[in-house]
Design a protein around this ligand. Structure first.
Ligand code: AMP
Length: 283
């Protein structure tokens, strides 16, 4: 496995590989790797000749300094995991390396940038778009892999790639969960034992929402109210938002009776740890 900290070095290495006909699969991460990340690496390995994983905690996408400072950093362990997974290249740039030269910082991401995560984490998707564009321009992959756990991010990345006419295929990957249903996340490491126990309710609530939507006996408003009541009855978890939306554009659904796909998106706080999850279903 080759590890690069400098842009020029990773570019030169990959140029040689693509010149000799190899395809490149790319998995951007912020490290503190878990089985969710591993599933993306495994898929990239299967579908490409060379797999590249980047580990970069991008300050531009954090709107909260405490979240950035406390974000877990476990580079040695991450490198071990990637080596065992037969990842070919790890790119671990410093912030200076990533942002020392002038780069494009403004992308017209539309309303998608300002709703849900965008509403509660101001500037978050601007930061995501900047780093994803920068990384894709450096790695120049054929395919890039993103998790559906960060569903709004996935739509933002697809939009960015279209806007900037980048020749890369974006592959959406299913959410990997713990045994009790909690979506794997680097932030789970920061939960104490009672928060961790109650955090399983997040996915259980989403499953209940799917069931209620399919039963069509309650209105969307009443289903939402149930979710607010269920989550707010927990002692360590507080709801930030919950919405049932159209997964194509994250706009509101008109009613539960239209026979299409829906996505239920949730964000909660467990103490100062922010967790998100979603479920996509036909109703
Ligand atoms: P992060 O390191 O949190 O920026 O995540 C890097 C990539 O892994 C993103 O595309 C995430 O959506 C994806 N990811 C994070 N958690 C999971 C999970 N539990 N299952 C699948 N993909 C995930």
């Amino acid at each position: 496995m080759h590890i690069f900290e400098n842009i020029i070095d990773v570019k030169n290495f990959l140029k040689e590989k693509t010149d000799s006909g190899n395809s490149i699969g790319f998995v951007p991460t912020m490290g503190a790797l878990h089985e969710g990340h591993s599933s993306l690496i495994k898929l990239a390995n299967k579908e490409n000749d060379i797999t590249v994983c980047s580990i970069f905690v991008n300050p531009k996408q954090f709107n909260n300094k405490e979240d950035l400072d406390k974000y877990p950093r476990t580079l040695t362990n991450d490198i071990n995991i990637l080596s065992k997974l037969n990842c070919d290249v790890v790119f671990t740039p410093s912030t200076e390396e990533m942002y020392s030269e002038p780069i494009k910082e403004n992308f017209d991401l539309g309303e998608l940038e300002n709703i849900l995560e965008g509403e509660f984490r101001k500037g978050h998707f601007k930061g995501v778009a900047i780093v994803v564009k920068r990384l894709l321009d450096i790695i120049l992959p054929d395919k890039a892999y993103f998790g559906k756990k960060d569903y709004q991010q996935l739509l933002i990345v697809k939009k960015l790639v279209k806007l900037e006419k980048m020749p890369v295929e974006i592959i959406a990957c299913d959410t990997v969960r713990e045994n009790d249903g909690l979506a794997m996340s680097s932030r789970n490491k920061r939960l104490n034992s009672s928060q961790r126990k109650e955090a399983a309710t997040i996915y259980q609530t989403l499953l209940k929402v799917e069931k209620l939507c399919k039963e069509k006996t309650l209105s969307l408003e009443n289903i939402k109210k149930r979710v607010y009541d269920d989550i707010n009855s927990l002692s360590t978890i507080e709801l930030e938002y919950f919405e049932i939306l159209n997964p194509e554009n994250l706009k509101p659904l008109e009613s539960v009776n239209t026979g299409k796909k829906a996505i239920a998106c949730i964000a909660v706080y467990a103490g100062s740890v922010r967790l998100i999850d979603n479920i996509i279903f036909n109703y």
